[in-house]
Design a protein around this ligand. Structure first.
Ligand code: SAM
Length: 533
């Protein structure tokens, strides 16, 4: 009996030491080592529970076990192993359903997993216990955050106005993941694409999704060589982060596995879009290891650069460079007459319609600058590794055989009188009886010629009414290829010379919604326009 007591005492002593060492490691943020020790402690405690029948003894074991599970969950979540962390929280809450620390930990993990309403429930539960535990300010913070994210992800009502009106001084706003009226389907371009499931107005948010990883930095303001090597460093850093994300999270790995890698796109599976609904856990069960070569191919095909212009407008420098992988956005094909645009805010990308979209229409955005002539666009799409087969390219390819267009191309490339070139273009389009969108395609192609004229007062005066107004060209381009910041800017600059009437302002706002989406209220569009002029 004495020997047995001694053994129990020794075991108790050992477990106390194990627990305090694990806690010390947790406080030192040595997550992996702390998990290892907690795991040892947890399995010993679970064994004791199995072998114990004495109720006093059982409750004596349960209390530290509950805390150990909660602490291991915390460490696991710091390593982004959220699914294991949630399991620990649930086990701890089975022991004590009111365990404050675990409820908070679970709430935070659920937030990370984009399960906003479940996270909200946790924080509500925790705050009801605040009298005994304090910390109501932090809890209220979480509660408000959950409410906001839950609302965003349910309604798609995102609002960046305050951040912009404050001159981007605060850190970028927190955004929920969101999936609007879109679904993945077989594309006419290549492989799969994203489609509108109903009629959608310009400016409507379609998708908000967080990057698997990003690589960012400011490019050096010197030779091309150092710019290129800085880009390479960022790319390498980005690849490392993607690999780390794949290693840590099986859902991320499974999703990345489904992306195009530049081969046999036609046979790729059309995924169930609900996999991308915020908080969906189940669905894909790909466990295979992805070879490094395949990862690099996938990143080559699907990584997006943070569009320099919107990055600049959204508070970053012009020499800022950012690259990232956003899984759901990777299903969106390119078009030179896109109907959507993307805004990069923090680690999130917001995709919104840039013109009205019909039900069933494929959603596309520009992978490269589409305010350029066919020849340039062909080069750019070649760099991306595919020949673009959008409607606009097909239309302009057919036209490119015409002498008139060839002449315009030469004038555009080598000529100095852009006004004369524009007049030729406009006349040619009238002669060919081109329709609205077709005119918009060509105007978008030769936008830089229009820009050169509009920029110089004396040229505008010289050509007078023979050159269409900036507003008319902007509307025509917006209708054909969607909104663009540079076009909007010229319109605003032009209008600023006169007192802008309500009608003009309404037109500017409409163009603004195409460019920035409905995520901005009027006051923020105005602030941006002030900034950009
Ligand atoms: C980011 S993925 C887009 C989704 C892809 N279609 C899929 O099935 O996963 C980019 C690839 O889609 C194809 N693609 C995108 N836009 C295209 C276009 N306008 N014309 C032809 N192929 C296009 C190209 O093969 C490109 O490498």
């Amino acid at each position: 009996m004495k020997e047995e007591n001694q053994h129990v005492k020794m075991e108790e002593e050992m477990m106390n030491q194990l627990r305090s060492k694990a806690t010390e490691l947790l406080l030192r943020e040595e997550w992996k080592d702390s998990i290892e020790l907690y795991s040892h402690f947890i399995s010993l405690s679970q064994n004791q529970l199995l072998n114990s029948t004495d109720q006093t003894q059982i409750s004596k074991i349960k209390k530290p076990l509950c805390l150990a599970l909660s602490n291991r969950a915390e460490a696991l979540s710091r390593l982004k192993d959220f699914s294991e962390a949630i399991k620990d929280c649930d086990e701890a809450l089975e022991i004590d359903s009111t365990h404050f620390k675990t409820i908070i930990c679970k709430g935070k993990i659920l937030l990370n997993l984009n399960r906003y309403s479940m996270a909200l429930n946790c924080f509500k539960l925790a705050i009801s216990d605040v009298q005994t535990n304090g910390n109501s300010e932090i809890l209220n913070g979480y509660l408000e955050k959950c409410k906001k994210l839950e609302f965003q992800s349910r309604t798609g009502a995102f609002d960046l106005s305050d951040w912009i009106v404050n001159g981007f001084r605060d850190k970028s706003p927190e955004l929920a993941e969101y999936l609007g009226s879109v679904k993945i389907g077989k594309s006419g371009y290549s492989g799969r694409g994203l489609f509108a499931t109903k009629e959608i107005e310009a400016g409507t948010v379609l998708v908000v999704t967080k990057a698997v990883a990003t690589g960012r930095g400011i490019l050096p303001d010197s030779s091309e060589v150092s710019v290129e090597s800085a880009r390479l460093v960022m790319w390498k850093d980005f690849v490392d982060k993607v690999v780390e994300a794949i290693t840590k999270c099986s859902k991320t790995r499974s999703l990345i596995c489904t992306l195009a890698s530049g081969e046999c796109e036609e046979v790729l599976e059309v995924l169930d879009t609900s996999l991308f609904r915020p908080g969906t856990e189940e669905g894909l069960t790909v466990t295979e290891k992805i070879e490094m070569d395949k990862i690099l191919d996938i990143l080559d095909v699907n990584s997006l650069t943070e569009d320099a212009i919107s990055a600049k407008v959204l508070g970053k420098n012009s020499d800022y460079y950012g690259v990232g992988l956003w899984v759901l956005a990777s299903f969106i094909n390119h078009s030179c007459n896109p109907n959507a645009r993307r805004l990069h805010v923090g680690d999130h990308v917001i995709v919104h319609t840039s013109r009205d979209v019909k039900a069933g229409e494929e959603i596309t955005f520009a992978y490269f600058d589409v305010l350029s002539p066919l020849k340039k666009r062909r080069e750019l799409s070649k760099e991306w590794g595919f020949p673009c087969n959008c409607q606009r390219c097909k239309f302009e390819e057919e036209l490119s055989c015409s002498d008139d267009l060839r002449e315009i191309e030469v004038a555009f490339e080598f000529g100095s009188d852009m006004g004369a070139m524009i007049i030729k273009l406009e006349k040619g389009m009238r002669k060919a009886k081109m329709k609205g969108k077709e005119k918009g395609y060509l105007r978008a192609s030769y936008w830089t010629a229009f820009l050169k004229v509009y920029k110089l007062e004396k040229l505008v005066k010289k050509w007078g009414r023979r050159i269409p107004t900036a507003e008319a060209i902007a509307e025509s381009i917006a209708e054909a290829v969607g909104g663009d910041e540079r076009v909007l800017k010229v319109v605003v600059q032009g209008l600023k010379k006169y007192a802008i009437g309500a009608l003009e302002m309404e037109k500017v706002m409409k163009l603004g919604r195409g460019v920035y989406g409905k995520v901005l209220k009027k006051k923020a569009v105005r602030a941006l326009l002030e900034l950009s002029v």
